[in-house]
Design a protein around this ligand. Structure first.
Ligand SMILES: *[C@@H]1O[C@H](CO)[C@@H](O)[C@H](O)[C@H]1NC(C)=O
Length: 421
C-alpha cells in the first residue's frame, strides 16, 4: 500500500499529503524514506503545512494573503512570525469607546475581534459589544503613514436573555452566549441555555439557530459563574454556584458538539472554573488565576503586563511563546552570541530562551501569582522595549490589545492596538 503510494507521480503524492495532519508528516520524515522525505522537504505546500503547525496556527480565512499562491502565503506567515517574535508591530492605533468603565466586567478576543460585556442589575450581563481590531482596509500598513483611519464602531450584539457568559469564535463567525431565564416548566428554577449568534452581523447563527439546553438550577441560587471553551466541534460549558453546594450541587461541566447541539457525554462534577481545551478530546484543568492578572492566551502564546519597574511610567509587555518554531529561532539567534548568554537584546524586544525547568529552576515569577510557575516545556520570553500605560493586555490572532482607562472622562478605556499581522 505504502509502496504503491510512493509510486505515484510526485504532484499526486503531494496532493494526497497536503491533507495529512502535520504530526503525521513529521512521522513520515522520521521513517527515513528518501522519496517521502525529499517530496516533503522540497514541496512548498507541505512545508507550509509544517510551518503553520509549528506556529500553532490555522490559516485565517480572512487574511489578505489567503487567496495568494503558496509562496505568498508562506512569506506572509514568515513575516507574521518575525513580527510577533521581535515585537515589531506594523502599526499602532486606538479604538475609543464611551462605555462606562464601572460596568465593563467580562471580555474576550479572537481572530481580529474584541468584545466586552457590561454588567447590569442582579449580577447578569445586559449588553455585549464587539469591535474589529484589524486596521481598516486600504490604510497602508506602514506605521509612519498618516492615513487617517475610519472610526471603528462597536456593534451591540442582540442578547435574547440575561447573559452569564460568552465566547467569540472568529473562524466560525460565531458568538456563543450563555443565557439565563426563568424555567417555563418550573417556577422555582431557571434555565441555562447556549445561544449561537453571528459575530459580524446581527442575528442567530445559521448553523445553530435553536438554543441548546445546558441545565436548570434553583432560582434561589442566583446567576451562576460560567466558563466556556471550544475546540474543534467540542463546546464545553462549566456552570458553578459556589455558595450553594449543600442542597443541590450544580457545579458541573457540560460537553456538547457544535453545531448539532448533541450532548457528548454525561456532565461531570467540577469545582474550578478555570480550564482549557487543549484539543477536542483533552480537557486541562488549571488552578484559578487571580482575577487581577489581566492576561491573555492565543494559540501557544501567552501575554501579560510585566511588573512595574521602580521610578518608571508604564509597564513592559511580556509574551511567552511556546511554539517550537520560535524556540528553534531563538536557539539560532543565541548561537550567534559570543558570550553564551541566554538573552538577546533586539531593537524592540529582549528575547530570552528558557529551557524546561530542571532542578536548578528558571521559574516564572509574577506578583499576580502566589507561586512560581514551573514549566516542563521550553519557551521563549519576549519582553517589549517600550513601556505601555495599560491596565491590562489581551491578544488575538493579529494584535496585542492594551486597555487604557480614561480617568478624566470616567469613561471606559480606550483600546490601544498593536497590529502584528
Ligand atoms: C521596531 O518597531 C518599529 C515600530 O513598530 C518598526 O518600524 C521597526 O522595524 C522595528 N525594528 C525591528 C528591528 O524590527
Amino acid at each position: 500500500m505504502v509502496g504503491s503510494l510512493l509510486a505515484l507521480p510526485s504532484e499526486l503524492l503531494i496532493a494526497c499529503l497536503v491533507h495529512v495532519p502535520a504530526h503525521t508528516l513529521r512521522t513520515c520524515l522520521r521513517v527515513s524514506n528518501r522519496i517521502l522525505s525529499t517530496t516533503i522537504l522540497t514541496s512548498p505546500e507541505l512545508l507550509f503545512v509544517l510551518e503553520l503547525a509549528d506556529a500553532g496556527l490555522t490559516e485565517d480565512p480572512l487574511h489578505p494573503a489567503v487567496d495568494g499562491a503558496v509562496i505568498t502565503r508562506r512569506a506572509a506567515l514568515h513575516a507574521r512570525e518575525r513580527h510577533w517574535r521581535t515585537f515589531a508591530f506594523l502599526r499602532k492605533f486606538e479604538v475609543s469607546s464611551t462605555l462606562d468603565a464601572q460596568d465593563v466586567q467580562l471580555w474576550d478576543s479572537d481572530g481580529d475581534w474584541f468584545a466586552v460585556a457590561l454588567k447590569g442589575e442582579g449580577d447578569v450581563f445586559v449588553a455585549l459589544y464587539v469591535v474589529r481590531t484589524r486596521p481598516a482596509d486600504g490604510a497602508g500598513l506602514d506605521s509612519d503613514s498618516e492615513v487617517p483611519l475610519p472610526t471603528r464602531t462597536w456593534r451591540r450584539v442582540e442578547i435574547p436573555d440575561a447573559l452569564v457568559g460568552f465566547m467569540l469564535v472568529s473562524e466560525l463567525d460565531l458568538v456563543v452566549l450563555v443565557t439565563i431565564s426563568p424555567d417555563p416548566q418550573d417556577a422555582m428554577r431557571q434555565q441555562i441555555q447556549i445561544q449561537s449568534m453571528r459575530l459580524s452581523v446581527d442575528g442567530p447563527h445559521p448553523a445553530q439557530p435553536q438554543p441548546i439546553e445546558v441545565t436548570s438550577i434553583p432560582s434561589s441560587y442566583g446567576p451562576p459563574t460560567v466558563h466556556i471553551e471550544m475546540s474543534g466541534s467540542t463546546l464545553c460549558v462549566a456552570v458553578s454556584c459556589f455558595w450553594h453546594t449543600q442542597t443541590e450541587s450544580v457545579n458541573r461541566v457540560h460537553l456538547f458538539e457544535w453545531p448539532s447541539g448533541r450532548r457528548l457525554d454525561d456532565s461531570f462534577e467540577q469545582f474550578l472554573t478555570a480550564f482549557a481545551l487543549v484539543n477536542p478530546t483533552l480537557f486541562l484543568q488549571t488552578h484559578e488565576l487571580p482575577e487581577s492578572a489581566a492576561t491573555g492566551f492565543c494559540g501557544r502564546r501567552f501575554v501579560y503586563m510585566a511588573e512595574r519597574e521602580e521610578g518608571q511610567e508604564g509597564r513592559r509587555v511580556t509574551m511567552l511563546d511556546f511554539n517550537p518554531g520560535t524556540i528553534r529561532w531563538a536557539r539560532r539567534l543565541l548561537a550567534d552570541q559570543a558570550d553564551g548568554s541566554s538573552t538577546v537584546q533586539l531593537e524592540n524586544a529582549t528575547v530570552r530562551l528558557l529551557d524546561a525547568d530542571d532542578a536548578a529552576g528558571t521559574r516564572l515569577q509574577h506578583s499576580a501569582l502566589t507561586e512560581p510557575i514551573v514549566s516542563e516545556l521550553a519557551y521563549v520570553e519576549i519582553t517589549s522595549t517600550e513601556r505601555f500605560d495599560w491596565e491590562g493586555v489581551h491578544m488575538n490572532g493579529a494584535s496585542v490589545i492594551g486597555e487604557q482607562v480614561d480617568d478624566s472622562e470616567d469613561e471606559w478605556r480606550l483600546l490601544e492596538i498593536l497590529h502584528l499581522g
